[in-house]
Ligand binder design. Structure first.
Ligand SMILES: [Zn+2]
Length: 305
């Protein structure tokens, strides 16, 4: 089943656990009920690594604070984005129930801002616990019995949200035959618009002794390279912001980590994707606005269909 977290009302939000500070943090003018939506923009996040303890610091970064900053920036956008997507490693390390309770609380302003939230599990997540943290997620339809996969339609693109979690706390990931068959079939049934894929793990040529990315990358490429409507693959896992282009013309968009950065110079933050009929613009929003790469934009042009 997909992990789609529907918006909540302002009233539900104020009734929730953040009630005391919510109206201070999110004054009425920031509430998206009063904002127009731009369905062609998506907020892309990855690797939040939220621990149960909001004070948790890793690599000199307060993880919850970084996520809060990203959430606030998304909620404060002049126009409400069509959706927010987090490509995995929502939990700190082993997908503890307490991690997801904190994660769900921190993500709540996105929902209160009427922004649909989509989650793709990573290798530090436990699918059922992630899903259980959001009671409303349970009611969604199931294209697959175990993996969290879905097709989300937007004006300029169809988003294929995939699930590459194999074993929690084991680094590499796998899509598996069933999911790849679903992907091929669903791509064939939806050729009307560009397709953008998203999952946690990066493509991996699996030439090293211990591959750390997507173990069935070759099988994935077999599915997507000939299906010309596939234009981009979005992922996290490396905690590094990087946009490259596969020889087929498919763009590989490696999202930075929201938190848990592997080095001081590495940007952390999130990416605003603005879709156009023939491409997309990516804008990097660094947690540290003084970072040299803050505000960097990348223009992508889709390969021919
Ligand atoms: Zn991670």
């Amino acid at each position: 089943m997909p992990i789609y977290i529907p918006p909540i009302t302002r009233r539900q939000f104020l009734r929730g656990s953040l009630a005391a500070s919510a109206s201070l943090l999110f004054p009425r003018h920031l509430w998206a009920e009063e904002k127009t939506a731009d369905l062609n923009t998506w907020a892309l996040l990855s690797d939040t690594h939220i621990a149960a303890d909001r004070a948790k610091v890793a690599r000199e970064v307060n993880l919850a604070e970084h996520f809060e900053t990203a959430v606030r920036e998304i909620v404060e956008l002049p126009q409400r984005p069509g959706a927010a997507l987090i490509t995995g490693d929502c939990a700190f390390d082993r997908g503890e129930v307490g991690d997801y309770a904190t994660f769900a609380r921190l993500a709540q302003p996105i929902r209160a801002a009427q922004i649909p939230l989509h989650l793709a599990p990573g290798n530090h997540d436990v699918r059922n616990r992630l899903r259980a943290a959001f009671a409303e997620a349970k009611a969604t339809r199931r294209p697959s019995a175990d993996r969290c996969i879905s097709l989300v339609r937007s004006p300029h693109a169809n988003w294929f949200l995939l699930d590459s979690l194999d074993r929690t706390n084991s680094t590499p990931g796998v899509l598996g035959e069933t999911q790849l068959a679903w992907l091929a079939q669903t791509l064939d049934a939806n050729t009307d618009k560009p397709a953008i894929l998203a999952a946690h793990h990066y493509p991996d040529d699996c030439k090293s002794e211990k591959p750390t990315g997507l173990l069935d990358t070759a099988q994935l490429l077999e599915v997507i390279v000939p299906r010309k409507q596939v234009k981009a693959y979005v992922f996290g896992h490396s905690h590094v912001w990087k946009v490259t282009r596969h020889e087929s013309g498919i763009h590989f968009i490696n999202l930075p980590a929201v938190a848990y950065v592997f080095g001081k110079s590495v940007p952390s933050g999130w990416v605003l994707a603005t879709l156009k009929p023939d491409g997309a613009r990516l804008r990097l929003n660094c947690t540290d606005h003084a970072h040299a790469q803050h505000g960097q934009t990348v223009e992508l042009k889709w390969r021919a269909s």
